[in-house]
Design a protein around this ligand. Structure first.
Ligand code: HEM
Length: 427
């Protein structure tokens, strides 16, 4: 998969020698010389020199080994002209192709343009390497129809599964942290690089789209490659153990990519995916007062190693039938891993790619903290909504969680050179 191939190009080198930069982009476009993700070694990523091709069959930022940092943003389109929207997507595509290779957002860069015009790059990433930046774009339900209006002539091509997510038990959604016509997920190993990318896309969008809400994430709560160590969420537990990984292309094909013919209304979505975003606040102060036994019971895994409570080590399959003392199963009936497991959900799996967040405190001595849940699925009606419904109702963890933001977006497939992101929707 091209989107997971990586290259090692330095932004400093690229800025210093445009020819080298172009060679890097060309190599990325052809998928030629990059190391494959199977060869990904954390040491290179730590140096910040990793870059992922922007062009490819699938969008990058899905099976790409999860970077350390996130800046996620959604946008409201403020123009009602289809041509303006197409122009914006074209300009975003060109900027994303440059930014992900460690180059400036515009051709001229932060300091080389006219002295009498605003620079075409804002400058805070000067000297920073590509840092594994990926930019992943999606379309929300409101892009297709808003208040009964088909603003851009695409209503007939809305995928049937692309609806606002239903209200789940316990939801306390903030409308100012929910929905949006467009979404952009920026992931990088340096927060400044991720923020720079979103800032420049927002700057380019001026007069055509405006940021609706955005979220920073500072620590990955998942892994999407077997080359990555399992990270921990703010409950202190390993997260991502049983996640779909890029080394399992059959699993990814079955559960993440939209197959050809899936929806006659939306052939443009073939080889795309759906992105579910949920801002989930965690009552960490309450959690921190729970005995270790209770914490492990709620998750269904040990805190130290992340092994299932039925025994074994981290990657041992849980045995949900195994009985402990009395007639109680070792993994309790309301444990998170039991209810989220494919065995409880008609075999459905998802590719999770969430991040920890702390957005200050709430003035009552509690942190505004949690997990910004991001998952990629081939169909939210089978792979997300039933699972979230079950978790919201029965999960022992739900007592410590509150969902405060939400969004569902359809992600077009990867872009080919000369095209713009989502072009098939507008053809
Ligand atoms: C703050 C909220 C959440 C926390 C702290 C959390 C934590 C965890 C932990 C510790 C695991 C076990 C390790 C692993 O396999 O990754 C896990 C597994 C999992 N979680 Fe969550 N989770 C949260 C929300 C969600 C939500 C909203 C969903 C989906 C609707 C979800 C779906 C899953 C799935 C599918 C698994 C793998 C189950 C398996 O196959 O064994 N989680 N989660």
């Amino acid at each position: 998969m091209m989107s997971t191939e990586k290259q090692t190009v330095s932004r400093r080198g690229v800025l210093g020698a445009a020819g080298v930069g172009l060679a890097g982009v060309a190599a990325g476009a052809a998928g030629g010389i990059g190391l494959t993700s199977q060869q990904a070694e954390p040491a290179a990523a730590a140096a910040g020199s990793t870059s992922y091709p922007f062009y490819g069959t699938y969008q990058a930022g899905i099976t790409t080994p999860v970077q350390d940092r996130l800046h996620f943003a959604t946008f409201d389109v403020t123009t009602s002209a289809r041509a303006d929207l197409v122009e914006l997507l074209t300009e975003w595509t060109e900027a994303a192709a440059r930014l992900t290779q460690g180059r400036g957002a515009g051709e001229l860069g932060p300091t080389s343009g006219s002295y009498d015009a605003p620079p075409d790059d804002t400058g805070e990433a000067i000297g920073l390497p590509p840092s594994g930046l990926t930019l992943t774009f999606g379309f929300g339900p409101s892009l297709f129809r808003l208040g009964g209006l088909d603003r851009f002539g695409v209503a007939a091509r809305r995928p049937t599964a692309l609806q606002r997510l239903p209200h789940f038990p316990g939801d306390n959604l903030d409308p100012e942290r929910s929905d949006g016509d467009l979404c952009v997920q920026a992931c990088a190993d340096d927060p400044q690089v991720a923020v720079h990318a979103i800032r420049n896309l927002a700057r380019i969008a001026f007069g055509r789209a405006a940021i609706r809400w955005s979220q920073l994430g500072f620590g990955r709560t998942s892994s999407t490659s077997t080359t990555q160590a399992t990270a921990r969420n703010l409950f202190g537990f390993k997260d991502g153990t049983a996640n779909l990984k890029l080394e399992d292309p059959t699993g990814v094909d079955q559960h993440v990519w939209v197959p050809a013919g899936a929806d006659p209304r939306a052939a443009w979505l073939t080889r795309g995916s759906y992105l579910v975003a949920r801002r989930i606040n965690m009552s960490i102060e309450t959690w921190d007062r729970q005995p270790l036994r209770e914490q492990e019971r709620v998750v269904g895994r040990t805190k130290a190693e992340g092994a299932p409570l039925s025994g074994g080590t981290e990657f041992t399959e849980p045995d949900f039938a195994l009985q402990g003392r009395g007639d109680q199963p070792l993994i309790s009936g309301d444990a998170h891993v039991r209810l989220a497991h494919p065995d409880s959900n008609d075999g459905a799996r998802m590719l999770r790619r969430g991040y920890n967040f702390v957005d200050g405190s709430n003035g009552l001595g509690r942190m505004d903290a949690g997990l910004f849940f991001v998952a990629f699925v081939r169909d939210p009606r089978t792979h997300y909504i039933p699972i979230q419904t079950k978790l919201a109702r029965d999960d022992g963890m739900a007592e410590y969680l509150q969902h405060t933001g939400s969004g569902l977006f359809a992600l077009p497939p990867g872009v080919q050179p000369g095209q713009f992101i989502g072009q098939a929707l507008f053809d």
